[in-house]
Design a protein around this ligand. Structure first.
Ligand SMILES: [Zn+2]
Length: 218
């Protein structure tokens, strides 16, 4: 299968995970950094192969077969990331770029052996759930830190893995998985937050807070 087909189905799987079954062409175009007209052409091809159902202006939905492929690429990506992190010592801001390449090349057999070597883990180094071989996902209940309340304590469950600099910044201020955070202040004019992590206090933007998922503590 072509890498581009796999990338489209993966992107659709991600967008469905974020915001429900029907995906807007624009959202897909933004995610892939590809023009809307090129996206539309590709969607027609994917629809002809029965990977998606697509009607102009009504959005696109993965078929069962399309979802299975997208889900499998995400599964490969997250197992590879965890393997690179746990077994080879890559930091959490280095694993994504490597996994982007390897996810298309690794065989299913290799992925299954890595999964077993890791002890059938549920989450990757960013807290993203790892789809099981049957296409089901471990359940994770978390909210965006941007939706948290002043004065409450939270535990970091998941962070967005899309930007290495973002991840580097987070670990620099102690925001790592399982770190405890308290929201000290929510600034009403731009919704940025003052948080405490351990002994330290940091200001973080609304954008950053939106890309960190937490669970209330206690
Ligand atoms: Zn990840």
């Amino acid at each position: 299968m072509e890498v581009s087909t796999e990338d489209y189905l993966k992107a659709l799987f991600h967008l469905q995970e974020e915001s429900g079954p029907s995906v807007k062409t624009n959202a897909l175009s933004e995610k892939l950094h590809i023009s809307p007209s090129a996206v539309t052409d590709m969607l027609k091809k994917l629809a002809a192969k029965k990977y998606v159902t697509y009607a102009p202006y009504r959005g696109v939905t993965l078929t069962k077969e399309g979802r299975a492929i997208g889900c499998n690429i995400v599964r490969r990506h997250r197992i590879l990331e965890l393997y690179l992190h746990q077994k080879l010592g890559y930091s959490w801001d280095q694993v994504h770029a490597e996994a982007e390449q390897l996810e298309h090349a690794a065989s299913d057999d290799l992925i299954q052996k890595m999964e077993a070597a890791l002890g059938f883990p549920h989450f990757d180094p960013h807290g993203d759930p790892i789809p099981r071989i049957d296409g089901t996902l471990p359940v994770q209940s978390a909210l965006r830190l941007s939706e948290g309340q002043k004065g409450r304590d939270y535990v970091v469950m998941r962070v967005s893995d899309l930007d290495a600099q973002f991840l580097h910044h987070l670990s620099g201020v102690g925001v790592v998985l399982q770190a405890k955070i308290q929201i000290k202040e929510i600034l009403s004019f731009d919704r940025s937050l003052i948080i405490s992590v351990g002994e330290q206090t940091h200001a973080i933007s609304y954008f950053t807070a939106k890309h960190i998922w937490v669970a209330p503590e206690g």
